[in-house]
Design a protein around this ligand. Structure first.
Ligand code: GCW
Length: 666
């Protein structure tokens, strides 16, 4: 018995939709028959079809007889794209590489698993090109087995400072490859203690083995790097990126690392952030640090992913000039064009941190001459710890669809990170992952929708939140239409419901310090982290306009003018940008204070409705899944109630303005 769930690679028996005879034969072209990705793909295909439909398909390599190719070589521009089409006696998957074949196979398995009609889906040939070059998961796993911001058990990569490789590791590779992930960082960006030694002989053999397993599923292994390795493990007294000894040390080190871990794709670096070392210590820029490492890594075809999460975390709360939201822009924008071509800047969204609602980072659409990646978080650090259900794909869709007005037609965040806008070679999207060694991988079973959904969306940013959620539910919970509908009704509104019972109008924070779960309105108000709501008896919000911190003006027009003006600013972000009286009228027609009361009462009531919906599914879904989610809902409701009552009481006590509807406020 496995001690973990198979989730969407579980392949339970399926009803055949339409004529499935065509699934008895597959023509694969693109990858070499001996390519280990192709071998894994064929095994997956055979295992999957056998388990779901009892079919053992014949697999033929190369050109299929009697059916014309749908896509010719010219159309297939990207090595990972694939085309699935039908011919008289079978299905063909055309690709340019093993990865393309693998993704094509997973496409077919998904179709069968969702009980869709294979002939209808592939009748006119389905061609899919990944939207993003890099589709990455960032693990914040520590080598002692703990996970920073982990809400689903311990790490499955590490126990007691050793790397673990077992069946779960292999199944993890399958699981994430099946949704299109092609890169993974396996250690926390806060690289300390044993993790600093990842790039030493102590771990090379295991890392090489792990890299090979991932490579078998088209996934590149990456490591987070300690910027001050020269000091911490190298015995030097400096990490100055322009120091010759430092450069020489890294040259020797990287030669060794890439020799011993040939599949390694490169490194992710958190520098000069929250106590981590970086080039600022030596009076150098972020570009100096990133370029030094990138120039050395380039020889090995590797890349340096450098995070833009650089800000002053020792701020004085009395200081109203320093604005954490600005920090990424201020630290990275001035050097646009200076970062070398194998550096990618990884831009956290939002610009503050991963709050339930923030504007889009102005670096996206600001930077024009720099490779860039978007960073989101599916670990629910600020969004309910995988206790509260919070399907995040609608939020990611909003981010991707945001028009930056950086010039030209292709100006959305999706365009930028796909590499289309500025023609960049390296770009993409990363998520801080929500996995751990819990049986169901993600704590709350429904949080699996975020892991599944992130991969699917990163691969195809055109997919809708609804389509993705439906695939997840059909593949992992139930194919019964009525059950599917009920679960979609829980997942789809869950993010907005979470937003309603937590912090209002884009102000964010108000969370319990350190853990970040549960309400504490003033928890961070008089602290050093730069995260304030500035509420007094008259009003609330942070003035980020031209009269305040000037942050609103970092956007391209017309976004800058929209955000700068409280009359134009969208309601959901208005307190992020403006300090407003409680009596200020929103576009909705409500006052700020009445909006706070209404959304909190509604949000709590809606959370109760979600729980009721789930409880009505007893007996209709697997008992373990039912119990897992049901238990989480119990905790979600007490959390939502606290948020509702504490936020409403706090603002009633500050403002003295009663609720128009006379509901109970404490
Ligand atoms: O939001 C903060 C988290 C830290 C995290 C940091 C980061 C890994 O609270 O735990 O550290 O973001 O993104 O680096």
């Amino acid at each position: 018995m496995k001690n973990y769930a198979d989730l969407w690679t579980g392949y339970k028996a399926r009803k055949s939709a339409g004529d499935i005879a065509v699934l008895k034969k597959f023509y694969l072209s693109g990858g070499a028959e001996s390519d280990k990705i192709v071998i894994n793909a064929v095994k997956e295909l055979k295992d999957g079809l056998k388990a779901m439909l009892g079919i053992d398909p014949e697999v033929v390599y190369g050109q299929a007889a009697g059916c014309a190719p749908v896509a010719n070589g010219k159309d297939i521009q990207d090595r990972e794209e694939y085309t699935v089409s039908l011919c008289d006696d079978g299905v063909r998957i055309d690709a340019k590489s093993g990865s393309g074949i693998l993704y094509g196979v997973f496409d077919v398995l998904r179709t069968v698993s969702c009980e869709k009609d294979v002939k209808a889906v592939y009748a006119s040939g389905k061609k899919v090109r990944p939207s993003n070059p890099l589709r990455m998961l960032n693990h914040w796993d520590n080598m002692d087995g703990s996970i920073e911001r982990g809400y689903s058990g311990e790490s499955f990569f590490y126990v007691d400072n050793e790397i673990v490789i077992d069946d779960r590791t292999r199944d993890y590779a399958r699981l994430i490859a099946s949704v299109g992930i092609n890169a993974v960082v396996i250690n926390n960006v806060n690289v300390k203690q044993a993790a600093s030694y990842m790039i030493t002989d102590r771990y090379f053999d295991k890392l090489a083995e792990l890299g090979e397993i991932f490579a078998g599923y088209g996934i590149r292994l990456f490591l987070s790097l300690n910027y001050a390795s020269t000091i911490e493990i190298g015995g030097l007294d400096s990490a100055d990126p322009l120091d010759e000894n430092v450069i020489a040390w890294w040259k020797t080190k990287m030669a060794e690392v890439f020799d011993r871990i040939p599949t390694l794709g490169g490194f992710l670096v958190k520098a000069d952030s929250e106590g981590r070392p970086g080039p600022f210590t030596y009076g150098r820029t972020q570009a100096d640090g990133a370029n030094m490492l990138a120039d050395i890594a380039k020889e090995y075809g590797a890349i340096i992913i450098w995070r833009c999460f650089v800000y002053n975390c020792r701020q004085d709360w009395r200081d109203r000039k320093t604005d954490r939201a600005r920090a990424g822009y201020d630290n990275f924008m001035p050097m646009d064009g200076d970062y070398h071509d194998n550096v990618i800047l990884q831009i956290k969204n939002g610009p503050m941190d991963f709050q339930i609602r923030e504007p889009i980072s102005p670096l996206l659409g600001g930077l024009k001459k720099t490779n860039q990646m978007l960073e989101v978080q599916i670990a629910q650090e600020y969004t309910g710890h995988q206790i509260d259900v919070c399907y995040l794909i609608p939020e990611f869709k909003e981010i991707l669809g945001f028009r930056t007005y950086c010039g030209g037609d292709k100006d959305t965040v999706a365009d930028i990170i796909s590499g289309d806008t500025f023609g960049s070679r390296y770009s993409g999207i990363a998520a801080v992952t929500n996995t751990g060694n819990d049986f169901n991988w993600t704590g709350n079973y429904l949080a699996g929708a975020n892991l599944f959904g992130f991969g699917r969306l990163a691969f195809d940013t055109e997919l809708s939140s609804e389509e993705i959620a439906e695939e997840f539910v059909r593949m992992t919970i139930s194919t019964d239409d009525a059950v599917v509908k009920e679960i979609l009704d829980i997942l789809l509104p869950s993010r907005e419901i979470y937003e309603r019972y937590t912090s209002p109008l884009g102000i964010g924070w108000m969370v319990t310090p350190a853990t970040h779960y549960g309400c504490s309105v003033d928890g961070y108000e008089y602290d050093r982290w730069g995260t304030y709501h500035r509420a007094d008896h008259l009003g609330i919000g942070v003035d980020r306009t031209d009269k305040g911190t000037g942050y609103a003006l970092l956007y391209n027009e017309p976004n800058a003018s929209t955000y700068n003006d409280p009359e134009k600013c969208p309601d959901e972000l208005v307190l992020f940008f403006h300090h407003l009286p409680y009596t200020h009228k929103l576009h909705s027609g409500k006052t700020v204070i009445q909006h706070i009361y209404d959304t909190h009462f509604e949000g709590y009531a809606e959370a109760q409705q979600l729980a009721e919906k789930w409880n009505a599914l007893k007996g209709k879904v697997d008992e373990d899944i039912f119990e897992n989610v049901s238990e989480r809902f119990t905790r979600q409701l007490s959390n939502a109630r606290e948020w509702c009552d504490q936020v409403n009481s706090y603002f009633f006590r500050k403002s003295g303005i009663p609720d128009e509807k006379g509901r109970q406020i404490w």
